[in-house]
Structure formats: structure tokens, C-alpha cells
Design a protein around this ligand. Sequence first.
Ligand code: GTQ
Length: 353
Amino acid sequence: MQAIPIAQSTVDTPERQAFYDRISRQNLTPLWLSLADLVTPEPRSQCQPASWHFSDIRSAMLEAGTLITAKEAERRVLVLENPGLRGQSKITTDLYAGVQLVLPGEVAPAHRHTQSALRFVLEGAGAYTAVNGERTIMNEGDFIITPPWAWHDHGNPSDKPIFWLDGLDIPVVQFLDASFAEHLDQDEQPIFRPVGDSDARYGANLLPLDHKSGGASSPVFNYPYARTRDALERLRRANAWDPCHGLKMRYTNPITGNHAMATMGTFVQLLPKGFSTSSYRSTDATVFAAIEGCGRTHIGDDFIVDWKKRDLFVVPSWQKVRHEAVEDSVLFSFSDRPIQEALHLFREDRGNV
Ligand code: GTQ
């Protein structure tokens, strides 16, 4: 027994063509003309490898800052469009990414939606995002969650602009026709918890006495970089290197141990100076943000990204990826891995290492 590709192409005869034309008027079409494109032997994606230098995004964003306020725009964001998916606001087939700017003194007004959002702070400090009555302070490298249907507004009382990467499951929600959104009648939501409250309640290896089982989104909504970085440094001393990933960890919901968000997996990895990963591919197209160091990443057969701190790039599903760290480097990344795992669709190929 041997596996061979599915469905060869069929011959088109005048009788068949007349039949196709006739049934088309009844909204019917023959599967045998499209089966090989529908059920492919491997992922076949429109998503392409792509990269953005932060310096280019930064200057475009500052220009946007002179053209529109955060309040008028609702969110002053430049969308990272995958070159294979232009016009769809997608960085991968099912995920959205953008870079958001909040200038000193601005507020991006409160709203909520069924889409989940993650923030990864690229530059700046001392701004805040408020989620469900609590503000958290945003500093460089922090990973912050806005759970679905949670009121959120962003403010920047600091004296410098703040830039962060937004990752949202907009295309997933669009695909499922499950988008709901509403705006609050005031710019800032009422605050009724002190800064750090959810971290103390859920992020300190403690739980409120009567807390019942966890939800799909982590109740810890800020994962500060200082803590993440310290953990990576201590693991480095333990020599915990993976040939494909260097030292890679996933952010978790401390209540369940699952991914921190239901639809998007978030990861952080340390690649020490001189480390080259071996070739790896997986079905979850992944968006990367460098937060420390510099290096080079090879994607697929011929796409090369030379990245440094704050640069962004995307690896499509099932394309080989290989990182080379020129300096000690840290990469943040996110993908739809939790969805694929829940549906038992996630696959990876470690090239036998
Ligand atoms: O900050 O709420 O990049 O609603 C896109 C949609 C950010 C946000 C985005 C949004 C937001």
C-alpha cells in the first residue's frame, strides 16, 4: 500500500461543459473540478513570508500622528498586511496584526468587541491600558491581554510616544460571523481596582479561596518583560536549549496551564549569541517581534530577514524557518496554535532533531 496524491484533473467534453453550465443556474457545481484544490496534500497558503523594519513603521506612525488623533481614529493603527493577502487586513490567513501609537496625553477611547487582542510593547513606557476596571502600566517588552468582550481604553500620561504591536483574531471572528462591538459613552472606563490587582490575585501562585475553574482567557492580563526576561536568564544557566527553538517558552493562563488566550498562542524565546536553530516547520503561521539583539531568519526556500530590536516578520504555515542570532536575542511570537490544537490539526516537523 502506498500513498499517492488525490484526484487527477478530468477531461472537459462539450457534454460535460453543457451540464456544468446548466446546473450552475441551480447553484450547483461539480466537485471533481476543484477537489484537488480543496483537499490539498499539504497546506497551500496565500500567506507569504514578509518583514517590516520598525524604523519604517515608526516614521509612518509619527506622520499618522500629525494627521489624526487617537480619539478621532478610535485606534491609531497601521495594519501589517501580508503581501499575499492585501486589502484584507490579515498578516496570516486567520490573524490580524497592526502597530498602534498613542501620543503623550492621548486616550484611545473605551470600547469592547468579541475579538481578542494581545499587545506587545515595542517602544515607550508608562502608558496604560485599562481592562475590566483595572489599569495596567505598559512597558517595553510587556505582553498584555484584552480578553473578548472586555471594555478597554488606552492612555499615555508619559511624555514620550508609545508604540505597540496589536495581534487580534479579527479574521477568525469574521470567518465565524461572530463579530459584536460597542462603544462606551465616555472615553475612559470607570476604574474600580488598583493597579496590580489581578496580578496579585492570580499571578502570584495564589488564588482567591473560592475561585472556581479557569476561563478561556488568562485573568492575569499583563506579563511584564522584566519577569519574563529573568526567567529566560535563569533557564539559560540550566542549559535548556532546544535545537529548533533555542530556549522557547509559552505564556500561560496560570489557572489552567493552557495558552494565555483561547485563540492566540504567545511565545518568547532566547537565542544566545552565535546560536543557529535547525530547520523547523509547523502548521501555525507565526508572527515574530524581536525585542532584543539582532540576527537573521531564513523562511522557506529563499526569504531572508535581517532583523534587529523591534523588527517584525511573519512565517507562513508549513514553511521552514531557521534563526541565526548575531547577538544575544529575544523573540516574541504569536500564532493560532490554540485553535489548531483544540481541533487536533496542529502538526510540526522538527527535521528529526
Ligand atoms: O486597541 O482595541 O489594532 O479594537 C484593532 C482593533 C486595536 C484596540 C487594533 C482594535 C484595537
